[in-house]
Design a protein around this ligand. Structure first.
Ligand SMILES: [Zn+2]
Length: 267
């Protein structure tokens, strides 16, 4: 039975990877090109220290790997905080990666990827919440998480914070935005909040989710000089590669830019 499921999964992935059978690829491609060529403004790397909040081990590298490498090249302090331990990523595909040591595997992958991007282990933090549970934490877990986030923000005093997009089509990603936003408001520290897209271009028609006026506020950061570093860091995440749609992954490996949205709470 397991062999049949494995075979069907492989066929599903192969067929789904052909753009003509997958309208989401076409949508993602058009949105990306449109944003890049017509509706985004160039962003340059500044001197501000930054915290990158990542729901899972890989989002930080996919969404901000170029930014991290560019800032670290300039000696700018960066912290990376992982909200979850990623223990459930292979719940539907246990044969790809045994669940027993998945937490350790993913932590090791994150540490190695971030080392490539120039971030030391001492600047990486793991909150160890369970992935898939952020939108139904108990009140106590929620309060503890916010408290912990506030402590980190107040201690590090970053000039910028990066979070997944507030409508990123994944409950853990959207909760990461909400939690960090709440912590920033309570920490009373002035900083810039930027959102990085991971799934938003891929999983739903974008114009239904976001106003046109909002999309025109996108920023593009050119990462050509560190693209090889970013590619190498992405390939470190060997446990994730088999379960991510190949063309989705390829888009992060090939893009010479990263897209960010500055936080505009009222839109
Ligand atoms: Zn994620």
């Amino acid at each position: 039975m397991q062999k049949i499921i494995m075979y069907l999964t492989k066929v599903f992935y192969k067929v789904g990877d052909i753009p003509i059978f997958n309208p989401l690829y076409i949508h993602a491609y058009i949105i990306h090109q449109w944003l890049l060529n017509f509706r985004s403004q160039p962003l340059s790397v500044n001197q501000k220290s930054a915290i990158i909040f990542s729901p899972h081990q890989d989002d930080e590298t996919l969404g901000c790997g170029g930014l991290i490498a560019l800032k670290r090249e300039m000696g700018i302090p960066i912290k990376v905080i992982f909200l979850t331990n990623g223990q459930k990523s292979h719940i539907a595909t246990p044969w790809v990666q045994p669940p027993e040591n998945l937490i350790q595997v993913r932590k090791q992958e994150a540490t190695t990827a971030l080392h490539i991007l120039g971030v030391k282990v001492s600047n990486i933090h793991f909150f160890d919440l369970i992935d898939g549970t952020l939108n139904h934490l108990s009140n106590e877990q929620y309060q503890n998480t916010i408290k912990h986030l506030i402590e980190l923000i107040q201690t590090f005093k970053p000039g910028e914070i990066y979070v997944p997009h507030r409508k990123d089509n994944h409950p853990d990603h959207e909760c990461t935005y909400k939690f960090v936003k709440a912590a920033i408001e309570q920490s009373q520290i002035e900083l810039d909040l930027l959102q990085y897209p991971i799934w938003i271009f891929w999983l739903s028609p974008l114009f239904i989710k976001l106003k046109f006026s909002y999309l025109t506020g996108a920023y593009r950061l050119y990462i050509n000089s560190v693209l090889e570093q970013k590619k190498l860091a992405i390939t470190v995440y060997k446990s994730q590669a088999p379960i991510l749609p190949p063309r989705f992954l390829k888009s992060f490996l090939l893009n010479h830019h990263e897209i960010f949205f500055k936080d505009q709470p009222k839109i």
